[in-house]
Design a protein around this ligand. Structure first.
Ligand SMILES: [Zn+2]
Length: 211
């Protein structure tokens, strides 16, 4: 099974980051490293711009791979949790801009997977993204970590939902997901005790990834 972490930051959250709000979660990444849990980080380009050293370090660690979560974290179909909407004609450029931000930050081990902001998409968005040459990746288990404060509830939801081959969506941002690290601390040993092995999305997809 694969744990995935969305490193969310929207294009207009710069002022909030400047005033001290933290969209990163270094303790979560450190926990994954300590526990030797491979993971795929779906990173927004804006996040990589805000935290270039962390983005680079995540990409340099063979435990992790970095996938694309758009540059802006705006919606690719609407409605989508009140997110501002990307015009169809601008979608491919938004995805490419995230790859450019990764390159600028020196992020290696970037894989051609894309997760729609908010998970919101439609056929028109999928068609509009064809030139970007990315594979859209959703999930089958929602951890419910977004805006959750009860780590036990998040852990329970994951533990109740997983089955062999599952892909779990969680978040790598203290701002919108403050309980994630504590939840992962509970989830990992329990799943290992059940015989699960953690893999990256590229391994789950069976092609080794790499880009
Ligand atoms: Zn997101």
């Amino acid at each position: 099974m694969a744990l995935t972490f969305d490193a969310d930051m929207t294009a207009d959250q710069g002022p909030r980051a400047a005033s001290g709000e933290r969209f990163d979660n270094p303790d979560l990444i450190a926990l994954l490293r300590r526990s030797k849990v491979p993971a795929t980080v779906f990173m927004t380009g804006r996040w990589a711009e805000e935290y270039p050293a962390q983005a680079k370090a995540i990409g340099a660690d063979p435990l992790f791979e970095v996938a694309n979560h758009s540059y802006s974290h705006h919606a690719f179909s609407s409605p989508c949790y009140g997110l501002p909407v990307v015009e169809k004609a601008a979608m491919t450029a938004d995805v490419r801009r995230a790859f450019t931000a990764f390159r600028k930050a020196g992020v290696r081990n970037v894989v051609p997977y894309f997760r729609f902001p908010g998970g919101c998409y439609d056929d028109a968005a999928l068609r509009a993204l064809a030139p970007a040459n990315v594979t859209a990746v959703q999930w089958d288990v929602v951890s419910g970590d977004a805006f959750a404060t009860d780590a036990d509830a998040v852990a329970r939801q994951v533990l109740d939902g997983v089955r062999p081959g599952s892909l779990v969506v969680m978040h790598c941002t203290r701002s919108a997901a403050p309980a994630t690290e504590a939840a992962v601390r509970r989830i990992v040993p329990e799943l290992r005790a059940r015989g699960y092995r953690f893999v990256k999305v590229s391994e789950l997809m069976g092609n080794g990834g790499g880009r």
